[in-house]
Design a protein around this ligand. Structure first.
Ligand code: UDP
Length: 236
């Protein structure tokens, strides 16, 4: 598959056309940002790790019946994916309090919710990805009612699959963000990435953070945490 012109560059990834209009190549970068791009840095080896970790999760999810954009790994930091139109929503699932929900609701970090929380944010860097509910989504035509229920059902299924898989690797899945896309045939598939950039992972024994919060909060051992996640998933 030939890598043709770049169609998009985001904060952590570049997207390229291929010689087949149905497929794109995603290249994962070592650049890291936080706080709507205000904090910038490099996490050495992140591109490779996020590419491989995402591939492990996408393959697991496909096996369990969740359609994704993932086709195959092409190189340490590139994957072949289906071309999709990204639905401009971030779908967030939370099993424990952390990050913005702790701040918004005045909750200390690490409280386990009896039932997982689902949130939608409108994908907009300028606006700082504001939280929206079903009514905003319908009124702004960001997705239809049927699409909202598909996103909701898929997000909870994905949470069950990933939480139990990670538990076995001695990792607690605290929260995570998903993005979905629409294929030219109109099917909704899981897209983007699933990695320590987009999930909170805590060690089940020590509660040590193994994710981007180490970068956000200048906690040190950022690279080591990403490597540890990849090691536990067997993709190093
Ligand atoms: N998240 C993400 N991209 C975003 C916002 C959030 O990947 O633009 C992930 C984040 O890594 C965490 C979860 O979604 O795993 C919930 O994030 P939260 O709303 O707590 O925001 P944050 O504290 O990251 O600002």
């Amino acid at each position: 598959m030939d890598k043709l012109e770049q169609v998009y560059e985001g904060k952590a990834k570049k997207v390229f056309k291929t010689d087949d209009p149905h497929y794109y190549i995603i290249e994962y970068k070592d650049e890291a940002t936080a706080f709507d791009g205000k904090k910038k840095g490099i996490i050495q080896g992140k591109g490779t790790i996020n590419n491989k970790v995402s591939a492990v999760f996408f393959e697991l999810l496909e096996q369990k019946g969740i359609p994704t954009h993932f086709i195959k790994l092409l190189s340490p930091n590139e994957m072949l994916v289906k071309k999709v139109d990204i639905i401009p929503l971030e779908v967030i699932v939370r099993n424990y309090s952390a990050g913005s929900v702790s701040k918004r609701l005045g909750l200390e970090e690490g409280i386990k919710f009896d039932t997982p929380i689902l949130e939608f944010s409108y994908k907009s860097d300028e606006l700082g990805d504001p939280m929206v509910n079903d009514y905003h989504i319908l009124a702004l035509h960001l997705a239809t009612k049927d699409e909202i229920s598909t996103l909701t059902q898929q997000a909870f299924k994905i949470n069950d699959i990933l939480s139990s898989y990670l538990w076995e690797k001695n990792i607690i899945l605290v929260d995570f963000k998903l993005e979905f896309g629409k294929t030219p045939e109109g099917d909704i598939v899981l897209a983007d990435e699933i990695s320590p950039d987009t999930c909170r992972f805590w060690d089940r024994t020590t509660m040590e953070k193994l994710d981007k919060d180490r970068f956000r909060r200048d906690m040190g051992n950022v690279e080591e945490a990403y490597i540890e996640v990849a090691r536990r998933l067997g993709c190093l």
